[in-house]
Design a protein. Structure first.
Length: 314
């Protein structure tokens, strides 16, 4: 990877900021695109990065920047993320995730780059049969997963028609420090630290949770091994292990004794997928392994949240 110029879209996001930090530590030249200054805090104390505030929906501004930068490796993480099964979010999802990806691919089309990594989502598999394999048909169940599925096929189109080195990765349920969304794990931790009551389902669903460091390891492996990909590929990034939601709740409760989590209060949502985990054999063949056990990952994440809470309450 030495002497390569990296572009990370969404580089101030949860995953993006961890990837940027890793690349900088490896001595790489890193450029970041973000749509606002809102999440600059995630890149505090990270030197030698170049940040541009660009909305990827703005093709003219994006195209001008890309033409001047001429990047070698692009990791596309910018996205509108909302997994609610609400039709009202479809315009926002398509405009940001599909049209934004299209603008990026068009801007790069005349550049001889080494690799473009499109970040999809495990949600593209929806209520399909687990363990999810990259070859199986997608079953999007939300505007978000629909927009990501469309982007997956868009990248396939650009790869084949324009002979571009593109792959799509599908991360499974990623957690860790700096994640501040309302996903299950950060929400449990937030409530648990404050001792707030949180009503939950019975938690018999299984999910594939992957710690952020393991996810970033996978990105680095894929970047290092990009010459192995002769054609467009979709790669799952998950542990391949099932963990019950109720077991996650129990573990977090053990770390946070003030927590008041009530399992079995809420009903499962309509069409709830009970088994949701990856087949990660393609990634493992490239030499990747999952190193962080769930208990260690949760402890690291909780410690970060406790430190964050103490700073806020000073």
């Amino acid at each position: 990877m030495k002497n390569k110029k990296f572009l990370v879209t969404g580089g101030t996001g949860f995953i993006g900021s961890h990837l940027v930090n890793r690349l900088v530590k490896m001595g790489e030249e890193v450029h970041v695109i973000t749509h606002s200054e809102k999440n600059f805090w995630r890149l505090e104390n990270i030197d030698k990065i170049n940040i541009e505030i660009i909305d990827i929906k703005d093709f003219d501004k994006l195209n001008k920047f890309i033409s001047k930068l001429n990047p070698d490796i692009i990791v596309h993480l910018a996205a509108y993320v909302n997994a609610e099964r609400d039709l009202n979010g479809i315009d926002m999802a398509i405009d940001n995730n599909f049209n934004g990806t299209l603008n990026l691919l068009k801007s790069l089309n005349n550049i001889d780059y080494d690799l473009f990594i499109n970040t999809g989502t495990c949600e593209e598999y929806g209520d399909g049969e687990a363990p999810f394999q990259e070859s199986q048909r997608e079953h999007p169940v939300s505007p978000y997963s629909l927009s990501k599925t469309c982007s997956t096929y868009l990248c396939d189109f650009f790869s084949k028609i324009y002979d571009k080195p593109i792959i799509t990765v599908r991360p499974f349920l990623t957690y860790g420090p700096k994640q501040t969304s309302k996903m299950l794990i950060p929400e449990l931790i937030r409530r648990g630290i404050k001792g707030e009551k949180m009503n939950l389902t019975a938690g018999e669903q299984s999910r594939d949770f992957i710690y952020i460091d393991d996810l970033i390891d996978a990105f680095i492996v894929l970047i290092n091994e990009y010459n192995e990909f002769n054609d467009y590929e979709i790669i799952n990034i998950g542990t391949g292990r099932q963990i019950l939601i109720k077991d996650i709740v129990k573990l977090i409760g053990e770390f946070l004794p003030k927590s008041e989590f009530e399992l079995g209060v809420l009903s499962y949502r309509k069409g709830e997928t009970m088994e949701f985990y990856s087949d990660n054999s393609r990634l493992k063949k490239l030499g990747w392994v999952s190193n962080i056990k769930i208990k260690i990952g949760l402890r690291n994440t909780i410690n970060w949240w406790i430190k964050k809470s103490s700073r806020i309450n000073r």
